[in-house]
Design a protein around this ligand. Structure first.
Ligand code: CA
Length: 230
């Protein structure tokens, strides 16, 4: 996640809170740094939190840079009340949502989840290797064979399919699939990854879900070469 915020206290608050939720974060504290980051690393980004009032430029310029690289990357504007008119401009330029400072962290998390769901509606199919997900009918196929998944298994697989080859932490999975944080030690994620593995695996086909010890899990493709993680 890219956090574009020039107020160091707010940036630090966001980084701490979001990393506890399993996001990996990068902060850009002015418009040129944010634009440069978007240009260089747009395909590694999974989310942008965007302040509008920035040194060296505007949030709108950053948003334009984001949209010129990706039509679907979720962007939530985190803005001061004084910038209220800018919110409309932001939404016109293609932000998914906005939240006004000061805000409760729980509300921000809810907006992030909503923006991710909106993003999920913008395409109807995800494919990776021999896996295919039809997002409208919520049906998955592997190597042409239909796989029946429970609601949780589906949400888990969709999360992996949106960030193939990237390590996704247990905290991130809990936050996005279960929408709340379990106490440490809960093994619900591991249990569901186990269910998913059993359903995805078939004799003669390579395993797709890899455990990354101490970090989480990632979807690997037998058909694609390994890619470096961001
Ligand atoms: Ca600002």
């Amino acid at each position: 996640m890219l956090i574009v915020e020039d107020d160091p206290r707010i940036a630090s608050f966001l980084v701490k809170g979001l990393e506890a939720e399993g996001w990996s974060t990068t902060v850009a504290d002015d418009a040129p740094a944010a634009i440069e980051h978007v240009r260089a690393r747009a395909n590694e980004l999974d989310f942008v939190l965007l302040d509008l009032g920035l040194p060296g430029g505007t949030g709108q310029e950053v948003l334009r840079a984001v949209r010129s690289r990706s039509a679907t990357l979720p962007v939530v504007i985190v803005t001061a009340k004084a910038e209220v008119d800018d919110k409309v401009t932001g939404l016109d330029l293609g932000a998914n949502d906005y939240i006004t400072k000061p805000f409760a962290f729980e509300e921000l998390l809810a907006r992030i989840r909503a923006a991710l769901r909106t993003d999920q509606r913008t395409s109807t199919e995800l494919t990776f290797g021999d896996l295919r997900l039809d997002l409208l009918s919520k049906i998955a196929w592997r190597a042409g064979r239909r796989i029946d998944l429970s609601q949780r298994e589906w949400a888990l697989l969709e999360l992996f399919m949106r960030r193939p080859t990237h390590v996704i932490s247990r905290a991130r999975i809990l936050s996005q699939v279960w929408e709340y944080s379990h106490e440490a030690g809960s093994n619900v994620v591991d249990v569901y990854v186990g269910y998913l593995r059993r359903k995805l695996n078939r004799p003669g086909l390579d395993p797709l879900l890899e455990t990354v010890r101490g970090s989480g899990y990632r979807l690997v493709s037998p058909a694609a070469p390994e890619q470096p993680d961001s």
